[in-house]
Design a binder for this molecule. Structure first.
Ligand SMILES: C[S@@+](CC[C@H](N)C(=O)[O-])C[C@H]1O[C@@H](n2cnc3c(N)ncnc32)[C@H](O)[C@@H]1O
Length: 241
């Protein structure tokens, strides 16, 4: 057996994106913490040469879901962190980086299982994504149900999807969202409801009713407030300037 060389172990490797995601999420705020939590969150993975040839995706139409390995390109850091404070734990409890799916991690690599809605040479239509617009994707692998779904698996840190909160609408806001959804050809009302129901507000912030929150999905700005803790009311959905 060949001797293990430490030089080899610390040798840096370089990787290059095979494509970039065009996503409904234009900023990190209000993106669900994991894929599948907002089925209406859609995007297109645009492959770059030479992977934009039909050869690279041949057969993928037989697959319902894919794993994406990607770079947290807006969270890359020079200094590795050993401990992180995941939002899931309220942002005030630290945990070993490898026990979490935090974005700040060695090599900045993320992974998500997403639904594959349509395949074309050079383009994959995706839904249920948790990826920021412009995310560089390093690899795509088909989801293999018999191997990737572990019936007896547990995770005592994150044992269930986040609890949902109620989302209400002002009448005008709902009709604005409906109209923008028609214009975009996207399920915008569902996207807003699914993402806001996860309560994107940082857990340490008490949501005072007079405080306004906002985020951009596609090319619209969504604004809301908390009339009372645990309840969101969407105030307006307007074209971004
Ligand atoms: C907790 S991470 C989990 C991502 C992935 N499912 C994983 O487990 O590796 C999800 C968060 O990553 C952030 N995010 C998504 N794409 C990103 C990117 N390209 N750069 C930095 N942060 C990103 C979003 O704010 C999202 O809420």
């Amino acid at each position: 057996m060949a001797a293990f060389s430490l030089d080899h172990a610390i040798m840096p490797y370089s990787v290059s994106p095979i494509g970039f995601v065009r996503s409904c999420f234009k900023e990190k705020f209000a993106i669900p913490r994991q894929p599948q939590l907002a089925p209406a969150a859609r995007g297109v993975l645009e492959l770059v040469a030479p992977f934009d040839s039909g050869d690279a995706v041949q057969g993928l139409e037989q697959v319902s879901h894919v794993w994406l390995l990607f770079l947290f390109h807006q969270a890359l850091e020079d200094q590795p962190r050993l401990k992180v404070r995941p939002p899931r734990l309220g942002g005030n409890k630290s945990m070993g980086v490898f026990a979490t799916r935090a974005t700040h991690r060695p090599n900045g690599i993320g992974q998500s299982v997403v639904k594959l809605d349509k395949v074309e040479p050079g383009k994959l239509w995706l839904s249920g994504i948790d990826l920021l617009d412009g995310t560089p994707v390093l690899d795509i692998k088909p989801y293999v149900p018999y191997a990737d779904s572990v019936a007896c698996a547990y995770n005592r840190i994150a044992d269930a999807a986040p609890q949902l909160i109620e989302v209400q609408w002002l009448d005008d806001a709902l009709s604005q969202a409906h109209n923008h959804g028609l214009r975009l050809g996207e399920p915008l009302v569902e996207l807003i409801e699914q993402c806001l129901a996860q309560d994107p507000r940082p857990a340490y912030q008490t949501p005072l009713p007079e405080r306004r929150y906002g985020v951009r999905f596609w090319d619209v700005d969504v604004r809301w407030h908390y009339p009372e803790p645990g309840k969101i009311c969407v105030l307006e959905v307007v074209a971004s300037c």
